[in-house]
Design a protein around this ligand. Structure first.
Ligand code: P6P
Length: 339
């Protein structure tokens, strides 16, 4: 087999984002480009630690000490520290919200920039011992005009985000990003230390053949969800859907973006508001889903239109192929919602 000559025109994430900036013309200050570069560095750093963890079981509980007697940090705590430090040092952020921190961080004057980053530094980390793909999820707001950065800058609907993305740590590191004009996927070339454009302009098929729900919660589901699942498992015509559920949101959403179908974590009698977090799980994934031509709803309301009242609130999530998600919404119109 003749080796393909190496491409001499690699499109790295940095180059791709710079092209975005040039497309925006003079209005772009380059601040978002530099912020995304900082996020890229955190993803590479976290990817290294995840890989190491799989080798030397770094994932011990916080508080234990390792053989060197060093304070051992849980991987998600370590990932949080990596992100907070890099985002602050970038000089481009004003407010940070992390799944790992009870309160928002308001960046001090000296390092303050104009962006607010909400993030889950290592979502699904409970799965890491099983070698399941886990990931970092992030969303970016620009501070409101004349604001120096307060909590109100992140208690805004997800439709006001300027960018969102995730990095999935698996056999390779995949960074999927939208800055508001479509979705692109990049794969880390560890040898180069660069994220290379491998999935340009990701589009979700209008309908898929996969549903992704934790059916272990079936006894708690409300009627619209029970009726919807019955309709795709026992269809009056055609074949039933396939079930795929990894239990790691980044992995389940990544498959849904690429293959289509529907991912759902509904509210139910056990989780009255659902389980997934609005600000740094539902909003970024809904932003990406819509940018890829899909739909993201609570069942009755567009997720990106929700106005958060607190930084860690939860919300029900159905997202994926537009025809599949619209099917769920029809059941919310016809079935009694909750009792
Ligand atoms: P369940 C992981 O703990 C997580 O936050 C998401 O990544 C994932 O989608 C969900 O929870 C899985 O929850 O209840 O199905 O185990």
């Amino acid at each position: 087999l003749t080796e393909e000559p190496p491409s001499t025109d690699l499109i790295t994430l940095t180059r791709h984002v710079l092209n975005d900036q040039l497309r925006l013309g003079a209005a772009a200050t380059g601040d978002l480009t530099l912020l995304l570069t900082a996020i890229q560095v955190t993803s590479k750093f976290i990817a290294t630690n995840v890989r190491k963890a799989r080798l030397i079981n770094l994932v011990g509980l916080a508080g234990e000490t390792n053989v060197q007697g060093e304070e051992q940090k849980k991987l998600d705590v370590l990932s949080n520290d990596i992100m907070v430090n890099a985002l602050r040092a970038s000089g481009k952020t004003a407010v940070l919200v992390s799944e790992e921190l009870d309160n928002a961080i308001i960046i001090e004057e000296r390092y303050r920039g104009k962006y607010c980053v909400v993030f889950d530094p290592l979502d699904g980390s409970s799965n890491i011992d099983a070698g399941v793909n886990i990931g970092t999820i992030f969303g970016i707001y620009e501070v409101r005009p004349d604001s120096k950065g307060t909590i109100e800058d992140v208690l805004r609907p997800g439709c006001e985000m300027v960018a969102a993305g995730y990095t999935m740590y698996g056999s390779s590191a995949n960074l999927v990003l939208s800055t508001g004009s479509g979705v692109n996927g990049y794969t880390l070339d560890a040898a180069l230390g660069e994220f290379i454009l491998t999935h340009p302009d990701i589009k979700i098929p209008p309908r898929g053949k996969i549903y992704s729900f934790n059916e272990g919660n079936s006894m708690y589901f409300y009627p619209p969800v029970t009726a919807y699942l019955k309709s795709i498992k026992y269809p009056s015509t055609g074949n039933p859907y396939s079930a795929r559920y990894i239990g790691s949101m980044v992995a389940d959403v990544h498959r849904t973006l690429l293959y289509g179908g529907i991912f759902g974590y509904p509210d139910d009698r056990k989780s009255k508001k659902g389980k997934l977090r609005l600000l740094y799980e539902a909003f970024p994934m809904a932003f990406l889903t819509e940018q890829a031509g899909g739909v993201a709803t609570t069942g009755t309301k567009r997720i990106l239109d929700i106005v958060p009242t607190s930084i860690h609130e939860r919300c029900p999530v159905f997202l994926g192929s537009k025809d599949d998600v619209k099917d769920v919404m029809k059941f919310y119109e016809t079935e009694p919602i909750a009792q």
